[in-house]
Design a protein around this ligand. Sequence first.
Ligand code: CMP
Length: 136
Amino acid sequence: PVERSFVLLKPDAVRRGLVGAVLARFEAKGLRIVALELRHVTGELADQHYAEHVDRDFYPPLRKFVTSGPSVALIVEGDQAIEVVRALNGATDGRKAAPGTIRGDYSLSNRENLVHGSDSPESAAREIALWFPDLG
Ligand code: CMP
């Protein structure tokens, strides 16, 4: 089925000048960009986005990182977009992510892993409504 997934290119992607390289992979795969915006994430938005992680040990440094500079928020659309984005992103830990994936090729960190993608249809709906209320 045609799905929409929420994607966040985190501050490390912007800082390192990898926005174009990462977007090119989504586009080359055939995913269509239906919304895109440069956003400096506030602590409040980070807490809402990562609601399921706010009590985890790794959350305070993650919150600091994700609010440390501008990010690029987007929505992509395509057949099985949620699973396809996750496959393109690779495993969460860049050190373990397979070469050929975005994290596997560009990240050496479990936190600064360049990109977030919705992990299920339910989280995609929640994240799209949170980040792009006009499209939710
Ligand atoms: P993301 O796909 O955005 O979802 C949660 C984020 O938390 C994850 O990518 C990483 O940036 C971060 N993260 C997850 N697990 C850890 C961990 N063990 N240590 C540090 N950061 C983590």
